[in-house]
Design a protein around this ligand. Sequence first.
Ligand code: ATP
Length: 359
Amino acid sequence: MATYKIAVVPGDGVGPEVMDEALKVLAALEKPYPNLRFILSEHPIGAACYQKTGTDLPDETLEACKSNDAVLFGSAGDPNIRFDDGTEIAPQLTLRFLLDLYAGIRPIKSYPGVTPLLTNDPPIDYVIMRENTEGLYASRGAGVRVGDEVAVDNMVITRKGTERIVKFAFEIAQKRNGAPSDGIRRVTCVDKANVLKSQAFFRQIYDEVAENYPETARDYAYVDAYTVYQVRKPEFYDVVVAENMFGDIISDLAAGTIGGLGMAPSADVNEEHGVFQPSHGTAPDIAGQNIVNPIAQILSASMMLTWLGSQHNDADATQAAKSIDDAVARILASKSAHTGDLGGKAKTTDVGDAVASEI
Ligand code: ATP
């Protein structure tokens, strides 16, 4: 029997609401998977925590994130509670740096039953690999401001940081079936190599790593043009790799094309640690009303199980992840539990109930 210790950090805004539904779904796995057990421990994080204790990421929470088998994260931050320099509280970014979670995995997948912004035929099914530890966000908290006149943030691209994320992207492509439009395994390098030295370096290293994967097609796009391709030909993409901030932006646009932020899960991992959270933030406009879509959080819990399955060579965990994915696909296809963002009337709690009972 496999027992996994999970650090649960619901955070602010809609975080606790979507987390409750994901935990409901994990609990539903106990009966069909008697050999899979979770020990859950909840920890404070985020803006409310900062207001109360003076820190958004207490030592105890960080320690739990390091020592547990995985971290299930809700969302954190509040536009009304900020650090002294005016920036928003974002412990999820701090965690990525402190745990060196260099690989941000953002699957973008359309589902039958969810009216897409774009055509669903062929379906959209690609993965954005966002570099998480450097790029422009390396300047977070470290940029320079000179009075009221000048402010500077630097884009940091290192050989090591780029090699490992590009390698990760090509490895993920080996496990997939290629792009929906033509079945070709393809890794697209999204950058701004035509303007910035740092980005030309990123592309150079992409090419060096790609040499080791001759069976996988190379592809390139400048990030500005890529936003058009995401809308015009999303079915062409299989795996996409980008610097930190570009990856952040194209992930949100991609989520919009498959039904909105409530549909997009994510994983931030390295060889040792994994943090799993929805791509959306705290959505303060809809918090506390039982109307937020919890699918992204539920699918993030599924990604956590897939990761645990591969880390521990545990077929039960891998299969349990598939049970969640299949249950989500079924309830979306039947339109039995669509929240308002998907054009339905279901409550947040209805969605969790529906997925749990489907399992
Ligand atoms: P952040 O800056 O941390 O990304 P934010 O509050 O600016 O957070 P999001 O929370 O990501 O932005 O979401 C923007 C808007 O999209 C929300 O205000 C909300 O209206 C909508 N939204 C986001 N997530 C969901 C969801 N799961 N279900 C329904 N609507 C959502």
